[in-house]
Design a protein around this ligand. Structure first.
Ligand SMILES: [Zn+2]
Length: 278
């Protein structure tokens, strides 16, 4: 079974809800995305891994050659929205506009994307209408619903499943979680992935595969920046963005060497047919 590696291609300053990092200042901040995305491409190359890269439309507009580079290295291209705004903050109409802007920008640089990841797992109980907007724009896969408290809902299925909307159905591909201390905890992304021992991540992946499902990991280019710019962030965001960045690149390499990973599409076609959400 092939697990899925996913990469959200964005800058270090694409953090939702921080007034000092609003879109008006983005073009004045130092860009790190070319360097750091190439570091991820290199890591994929060295570990013979293919991945799904969810590219922010704002990035595709400015660095179209980066989209082409990702594509020509054999990876799948998806959309991470256009201006890195949470679905529930945008509301239905602006979400659809932001989605279309991202598709236009990405399609100008490469193939039209058919898979999507919302910034900060923001498709949840407050924004399920977003799924219909995705289906309407031709998306067949969404990977935005985290089965954890705070950003998502522990009642969301933990394995790929079909969600039906009035505009068509799509396959929802959730990120890897684990049970710890009687709670559902993230382990496939963010501070939890960065701070877990590779052996612990690999054990969870193996358990998930034994239960018949692929594991989905998510990383960001800024997480392996050798010289990451920093700004003052509120505590929760500081943890999410800066905790255990040191050495993450080599831990990630051990994880990629310890299990088989591909794009979401390749992973779905390597595993059993996907059930519908109950
Ligand atoms: Zn993001």
């Amino acid at each position: 079974m092939l697990n899925a590696l996913t990469v959200d291609v964005e800058e270090w300053f694409h953090v939702c809800g921080v007034p000092s990092l609003e879109q008006a200042v983005w073009d004045r901040l130092p860009s790190r995305v070319e360097l750091t995305t190439r570091l991820i491409l290199d890591l994929c190359d060295r570990t013979d891994t293919r991945a799904t890269f969810f590219v922010l439309g704002w990035i595709a507009e400015r660095w179209p050659h980066l989209v082409a580079e990702i594509r020509s290295a054999g990876h799948q291209i998806g959309s991470h929205g256009h201006a890195h705004a949470r679905a529930y903050d945008l509301g239905e109409r602006r979400f659809a506009e932001d989605l279309r802007a991202s598709i236009t920008a990405i399609a100008a640089a490469g193939p039209r994307p058919a898979c999507f990841r919302a910034p900060e797992w923001s498709i949840n109980g407050r924004s399920l209408w977003a799924l219909e907007a995705l289906a309407r724009e031709g998306m067949t896969v969404d990977a935005s619903m985290a089965p954890v408290r705070i950003v998502g809902d522990v009642r969301f299925p933990r394995t790929p499943h079909v969600r039906t909307t009035a505009s068509g159905s799509l396959t929802e591909v959730p990120p890897l979680v684990t049970d710890r201390f009687g709670q559902v905890m993230p382990i496939g992304w963010g501070w939890a992935l960065r701070s877990s021992a590779p052996s612990a991540v690999l054990r969870t992946i193996e358990k998930t595969n034994q239960a018949g499902a692929p594991a989905v990991l998510t990383v960001h280019p800024w997480e392996i920046d050798p010289d990451p710019p920093r700004v003052a962030l509120p505590l929760r965001l500081r943890f999410a963005h800066y905790y255990r960045l040191d050495g993450f690149s080599s831990r990630l390499r051990q994880i990629l060497e310890g299990a088989r990973f591909g794009s979401i599409d390749a992973s779905l076609s390597s595993s059993a047919p996907v059930p519908s959400a109950s």
